[in-house]
Ligand binder design. Structure first.
Ligand code: NAP
Length: 258
């Protein structure tokens, strides 16, 4: 219960990495607003949180839409209070060769992965400034550090998240607000169920054994777990990391060293 009485918003928290982060924070006493585009998924995570006597509320919003983020901020600040922790996790991914990446796919990925963080930071930072403190963690990716085949839009969005993280760290350090990112490698989440076929085609793999690629090519020979990422995020919102800002921390089994 190291974060008792803190309030956090986790976007895209209805499944995958975001759900693990929401539960990890709730275990530390945080009141968690679990946002997702799918209300029922967010609600299920809140039910799990309540099972271990944690606390929080589900909130449906598409975080690529400014009016929905604005409404969410109004609800949260009025009904719960200004947040102390913002985890910009919502995102999507699609593997496609560059010449097959349509303008529509490009826009969708940039909006879901980059614009969403811009909007949530714009609407929720004023409350943190009022409180004279806060922690923001943006979920970038290994693909925010190096190019990956078939991920032109995804890499552009995740490199962008790192740039945004550095600028916000500079601008909001005077308000005692730390802004960092984490860069996960391949993490075993429902997202991979959607992506595994595209990924296997692009990398010439047998889809039934696509995880072998990570066993063979990563120094720590496995996919990452949701827990691996949630632990990294927890560190970045605890007082133990108060002197860390503007960083993009790799959680990728040693795939990237910078
Ligand atoms: P996931 O299992 O698909 O979960 C993400 C959740 O966010 C889904 O419920 C998704 O709904 C929701 N969402 C998407 N767009 C949204 C929006 N505009 N507003 C609100 N909710 C939205 O994905 P994940 O694997 O946990 O990934 C979470 C984050 O980690 C993403 O930013 C991803 O890029 C990043 N990441 C993942 C990996 C990995 O290997 N899994 C690696 C590096 C980084 P839909 O299902 O309808 O999209």
């Amino acid at each position: 219960m190291r974060l008792k009485n803190k309030i956090a918003l986790v976007t895209g928290g209805g499944q995958g990495i975001g759900s693990g982060i929401a539960m990890k924070l709730a275990q530390e006493g945080v009141y968690v607003i679990v946002n997702d585009i799918h209300y029922e998924n967010a609600q299920q995570i809140i039910e799990k949180i309540k099972q271990f006597k944690g606390n929080g509320v589900p909130y449906q919003a598409d975080v690529t839409k400014s009016d929905e983020v604005e409404e969410m901020e109004k609800f949260v600040s009025k009904e719960i209070g200004d947040i102390d922790i913002l985890v910009n996790n919502a995102g999507i991914c699609k593997f496609a060769p560059f010449l097959e990446t349509t303008e529509e796919v490009w826009d969708k990925i940039i909006q879901a992965n980059l614009k969403s963080s811009f909007l949530c930071c714009q609407y929720f930072l004023p409350g943190m400034i009022k409180k004279r403190g806060g922690k923001i963690v943006n979920i970038s990716s290994e693909s925010g550090k190096r190019g990956s085949k078939g991920q032109s839009a995804y890499c552009a969005s995740k490199f962008g998240v790192i740039g945004l993280t550095q600028v916000l760290a500079l601008e909001f350090a005077p308000f005692n607000i730390n802004v960092n990112a984490v860069c996960p490698g391949p993490i075993d989440t429902p997202l991979w169920e959607e992506m595994k076929t595209e990924f296997s085609v692009l990398y010439g793999l047998n889809v039934a054994n696509y995880k072998d690629y990570f066993v063979k090519n990563y120094p720590i020979s496995r996919m990452g777990t949701i827990e691996d990422v949630a632990n990294g995020v927890l560190f970045l919102v605890l007082p133990e990391s108060d002197y860390i800002t503007g960083q993009s921390i790799n959680i990728n089994g040693g795939a990237v060293f910078y």
